[in-house]
Write a protein that binds this ligand. Sequence first.
Ligand SMILES: [Cu+2]
Length: 143
Amino acid sequence: MLLRILWVMMCFPAACGVDSSSLEVRGAWVRPILPTQNVTAGYLDAVNSGLDTIRIIDVSSPAFDTVELHEMTTDSEGVMRMKRMGALVVAPGDSVALRPGGKHLMLIGPRHTLSEGNDVPITLETNRGGRVTFAARVERRAW
Ligand SMILES: [Cu+2]
C-alpha cells in the first residue's frame, strides 16, 4: 500500500496509466563484471498482465552510467552482433524474455564494485511515463 501511494506521488496523473502497474519483472539477474571490462549484461522476464501494449523505452540504474536495450542479431556474413533496440514491446497478456544470446540489458560503466550476490537496482520506463524498479541479483551462470 505504501508503495502504491509513493507511486502515485511520483508521477503525473496524465502520464500514469494502466501500463506501469501491469508491467512486472521476474527473475532478473546480472552477470558479474570481469576485471578487464566495464560492461555487463542483465536478463529478465517482462510480463504484461494488462490490456494495453507496453513499450519499454528507457532503462537506468544508479549503479551504472548507462543502460541500453540490446538485441543479438546475425549479420549478412553470419557474425553475431549486438544492436541497440529503440524499445522493448510487450503485448497485452504476453511476456518478453531477455536471455543470453538474445535480447538483454547492456549495463555500461559501473559506478562501484559489484560482487556476486549483490542486488542491482534497475528502473524500466514505459512510453506512458510509468516506471518499474526492481532488483537484479549479480550471479555467475554458465549460460
Ligand atoms: Cu549488448
